[in-house]
Each structure stands twice: as structure tokens, then as C-alpha cells.
Design a protein around this ligand. Sequence first.
Ligand code: NAP
Ligand code: F7E
Length: 327
Amino acid sequence: MARALITGITGQDGLYLSELLLAKGYEVYGLVRGQNNPKIDLVRRTVPGVKLLTGDLTDMSSLLRALHDARPDEVYNLGAISFVAYSWENAQVTTDVTGKGVLNMLEAVRLYSGDDVTRVRFYQASSSEMFGKVQEVPQRESTLLWPRSPYGVAKVFGHYMTINYRESYGMHASSGILFNHESPRRGPEFVTRKVSQAVARISLGLQDTLTLGNLDARRDWGFAGDYVEAMWRMLQQDTADDYVVATGETHSIRELLDVAFARVGIDDWSGYVSQDPRFMRPAEVELLIGDPAKARATLGWTPRVDFTELVQMMVDHDLAEQRALAR
Ligand code: NAP
Ligand code: F7E
């Protein structure tokens, strides 16, 4: 039975990846941090087959201990401080976790593996935020990186460190440059879920307005359940490499609002949405659109859920959730 260790198990991707690996017959271990992490219950309810280990990406000895306990064939490093807006307010902790945390995990895997450098296959959760002020449209693996936030800078560090461990030590270390991916499990601080929750509440008469920042930014949004499949496929290749994972389509926040409000029968959302500089970023990533050609050709990966289906899935979920809460 193959064994996997996942950091970031309590997050959106950690849950979907656990489900995928358990269904494939893996023994799955998840790293959780903190002395009483409130999300442990969610993990136990959603993926009861996962075995939990304690550790923190800023504490390398805890990572080594987790590796010795889990004895994994594959490590998926999904743990990070992942909210871009927060990263300006907490740049150092973002650097420590999202950036240096990758080095800690790579070094722990290297030490654990001893002479057998390819004993553990490693996946790093890199991000389209690394493209930032984009230097090419669409963005591909070779596009020059130009991060625009402390989060993006930290991800660039982790990305190059992953490549460096592959090139220096021959480790099977791959980096997935994933564009935005969403789901009903997305944190409420991210724009898609903020919109889907608000639209559900507005349609039920529980909320009057939705306050957002920049409505003109464009993102390449896909479904998280599709994207974890690409992570797994990367680690099944004979050779480790870097891959852009994206839909190849881009949509603005305005288009997100169009689809979400239409789902509850509201065609003109202008009376419900306001803007506040509080939600604007010091440096914005205006346009993201990925070219997933390499992932399609080499991994045989294609997204199954399109933008409209994704937004409708999230609104429908939040409508059901709000109705259940109101009962
Ligand atoms: P998420 O829901 O925010 O989950 C982040 C996870 O990281 C949580 O489980 C969190 O655990 C954990 N974490 C935070 N600090 C940690 C620390 N010091 N040590 C160990 N774990 C820590 O993120 P996601 O959307 O699932 O994304 C997964 C990964 O992909 C992240 O690295 C993210 O940056 C990256 N990524 C995401 C997207 C996207 O669109 N979703 C796109 C590209 C890349 P707690 O419960 O303890 O907070
Ligand atoms: O913002 C704009 C905002 O916070 C998307 C993370 O998973 O994907 C995510 O990062 C866009 C930005 O995601 C609001 O300015 C407008 O242009 O949903 P988001 P993100 O910053 O793209 C990447 C790939 C990651 O790697 C990250 O970990 O929406 N926007 N008004 C807003 N965004 C938020 N959050 N809230 C607003 O009110």
C-alpha cells in the first residue's frame, strides 16, 4: 500500500487530495499544527481514514518526526499562509511559513531519505501569484516570475528551492504552478466564496449588501477537486518536473458576480454590491490566464468543471447551507 504525507491537511486542497488518495488505496497521513486546531474535527468528519500527526512547517524537527512516523512514498507540501491580502500585514510570518517552510520540508525529506535520494517523491504547491505583474499572456512554465505580494515572493522562494533540491541532490521534487482553484470548501476570505456566501444570504433576505475591492481583476478559476488530480499525476511520472495547472480561461470579478447572482434569479447586481478601499491591495495582480498545454500533454490532465459550473456549485452549496442554518 502506498503511503502519503500531506501538509495543509485542514485546508481546501488537503481535504480533496486526501479523498483522492484514500480512494486509490493510499495510507494517508496529515500534518496538523497547534495545540487544539479547531479544524481537526472537520478533517475527522470529512476524511476519517486519514491519520493525523502533529507538526509545523516552521519546526524542522517536527517534520522529521512526522516523516519517521508516516514513512511516506509521497509528500505533498500544501501547508502555507495562503491569503494574499494577509501577507502584506504579516510579511515575516508569511515568509517563514510559505517560503522557509518549503526549505524545512525539503531538507527534512533529504535527511530522512539518506542515501536513497528518490525514496520520497515531493510535491510543492507553487502558485500563479508568482507571475504577478505578468510578463507573458498566457502564462506558462517558462514565463518570467514577477511576484507582487509577500505571499508571491515567498512562493517564488519555495518554487526555486524545490527546483534546486531536484538539481542539486537528484530528488524527485515537482512543483505545480496552480492557478486559482475553488470549491464549496474554499475559505470565506477568498473572493469566490465571499461572493457565493453573500449571494446565498442576499437571496434568502439575510443580508443586504456585499462589499468588495477591485472588480476588474481577472483570474483563471478552476475546481479544486480537478486540480488535486494533477498533483497526484505529477508524482506518478518517472521524472520530476514543473507544470502549470489552469483552465486556460480568464474571468473578471464582475463576471463572477454575473454568474453568481444569476443563479438566484438576480440579473442586475449593481444595487447589492459596493466597493471599499479596505479590500484593495497595495499591488494588484490584474490578469492571470494559464496555458496548461504541458500538463495536458505529459500528465494527460484536463479540467472537468468549467467556470459557470464552478460558481453555480458554490452558490447552490451555500444556499443549502444557509437554509440548514436558518432551520
Ligand atoms: P488553505 O485552505 O488556506 O490551507 C492552508 C493549509 O496550510 C491549512 O491546512 C493550514 O493549517 C496550513 N498551515 C498554515 N500554516 C502552517 C504551518 N505553520 N505549518 C503547517 N501547516 C500550516 O489553502 P489551499 O487553498 O488548500 O491551498 C493549498 C496550497 O496550495 C497552499 O500552499 C496554497 O498557497 C497553494 N495554492 C493554492 C491555490 C488556490 O487557488 N487554492 C493556488 C495555488 C497555490 P491550519 O488549519 O493550521 O491553519
Ligand atoms: O482574490 C480580488 C482580489 O483572495 C482574487 C489564493 O488561493 O489564488 C488565491 O489568491 C481577486 C484579487 O485570491 C475582493 O483583489 C476583489 O484580484 O480570492 P482572492 P488570490 O489573491 O488570487 C492564488 C493562486 C493563490 O496561490 C493564493 O493562495 O479578487 N478581490 N474584492 C477580492 N478578493 C478578496 N479576497 N476579497 C474581496 O473583497
